[in-house]
Design a protein around this ligand. Structure first.
Ligand SMILES: [Ca+2]
Ligand SMILES: [Ca+2]
Length: 192
């Protein structure tokens, strides 16, 4: 904070990232240089993020999902991703540690960031996930999960909740860990 915009990453950010991620100092420095090259302003706007993200899904509409992913990465809610948010996001989504990934998944589903997931939030994310599924794959989905509503219903049942209930982070993580279907249902997995 309050550091000059140009040049190297500030010492405190570097120390913080070394502590909070598994990346080494030299990896972080390398990432930072790449980041500065791609983003000379040091920040990624929502539009830039959407542009990058949707390139990975040339055949479908990834815009809605990209917006949700952006929101879940923008932890300080200022409408841009800075280097720290970018690296933490990268760490959460790439690390093998399931709990970390599920913490991120929780923040993806918690659309209004109030610390709980409602059934309508689950439906909203399921709808965004569905837009990622190529048309030819839609017809191969199991009967009980071949619409966003059915997928949301199936997911919601796993948490043993009434329609008007809400799910806290701990319940969400435990629920997904305890159920083989849940991990598959909370994310988009391309069919091989
Ligand atoms: Ca931010
Ligand atoms: Ca919420």
């Amino acid at each position: 904070m309050g550091n000059s915009k140009s040049g190297a990453m500030s010492k405190e950010i570097l120390e913080d990232l070394k502590l909070n991620t598994k990346f080494s100092e030299s990896e972080l420095v390398q990432w930072y240089e790449n980041f500065k090259k791609q983003c000379p302003s040091g920040r990624i706007s929502k539009e830039e993020f959407q542009n990058i993200y949707t390139k990975f899904f040339p055949e479908c509409d990834a815009n809605t999902y990209a917006q949700h992913v952006f929101r879940s990465f923008d932890t300080n809610d200022d409408g841009t991703l800075d280097f720290k948010e970018y690296i933490i996001a990268l760490h959460m989504t790439s690390t093998g540690k399931t709990t970390r990934k599920l913490e991120w998944a929780f923040s993806l589903f918690d659309v209004d960031k109030n610390g709980y997931i409602t059934k309508s939030e689950v439906k909203e994310i399921c709808t965004a996930i569905f837009k990622l599924i190529p048309k030819e794959d839609l017809s191969t989905l199991p009967e009980d999960e071949n619409t966003p509503e059915k997928r949301a219903d199936k997911l919601w049942k796993i948490f043993n909740k009434e329609d008007n209930d809400r799910v806290a982070e701990g319940e969400f993580i435990q629920g997904v860990l305890d159920n083989d279907d849940a991990l598959r249902l909370i994310q988009y997995q391309p069919q091989k």
